[in-house]
Ligand binder design. Sequence first.
Ligand SMILES: NC(=O)c1ccc[n+]([C@@H]2O[C@H](COP(=O)([O-])OP(=O)(O)OC[C@H]3O[C@@H](n4cnc5c(N)ncnc54)[C@H](O)[C@@H]3O)[C@@H](O)[C@H]2O)c1
Length: 232
Amino acid sequence: MKNVLIIGFGPHAKRIYFPILNQWGQEWGAKLVYGVDLKSQQQTIETYLQAQNSKLPFFYIDEDEKLYDELHPNVEKRLDKIVEEYSIDGVVISTEPLVHMPYAVWALKKDLHILMDKPISTKFNVSTDLNKAQELKTDYDQLAKLYFDKKKNNKSLSFTLMAQRRYHPAFNKIKELINEVKLKTNCPVTSVQSFHTDGQWRFPTEIVEQIYHPYCQGYGKCSHSGYHTVVD
Ligand SMILES: NC(=O)c1ccc[n+]([C@@H]2O[C@H](COP(=O)([O-])OP(=O)(O)OC[C@H]3O[C@@H](n4cnc5c(N)ncnc54)[C@H](O)[C@@H]3O)[C@@H](O)[C@H]2O)c1
């Protein structure tokens, strides 16, 4: 049985990872044994776990120990201890995308298998600042190097990126139609406009204030589901 630590227990983890691991973990050889999130979420998470009859232990990070570019030394120390005490084999990284990177770097250094949500990383103001946008590539290169270095001595090490809609029929249909037009007209794609609502209707004040896949921090839609229309 592989012991799994989940980092980030928001709507996505509650809707996907927690129920799936609970229902099929035993059969597939994976057990969720510990969780990590922010102190600000403690009440919500405890209420949710209670309703699910779950006693999953959690480490809640203090707001002043929440960093973006690296893990706070206290957080790293505590995570190392959890890995040791609970014989953690792998992590699910399902935090908001701004902090995917430090957790992925830490997990690779600890030789842990990783299932991480898309996008690999994002930055404040990545949609308007070219230097920030270029950091996405350096982040990718850093993780790829770390992963392949680790894999030399640990062949089965797995680092998988979860991109939920990769095989969504709508995206496949769009690809098929683009290809059909290209073949018939000999004209490739020269310009793209893409719209995706993801079932959400943001009100004007929310666009300015809401800190959830936000526009106000300059990474919004493309780091959330707009991403699918670029890469899928
Ligand atoms: N919501 C969806 O339907 C959906 C679908 C597919 C993929 N995803 C991806 O899954 C991930 C999680 O999505 P979500 O909607 O639950 O996001 P979210 O913004 O609610 O974040 C998830 C959790 O991460 C916690 N978190 C934030 N900073 C943290 C830190 N420094 N350390 C530990 N925990 C921290 C938050 O408190 C929250 O509970 C994202 O990368 C997202 O792109 C989401």
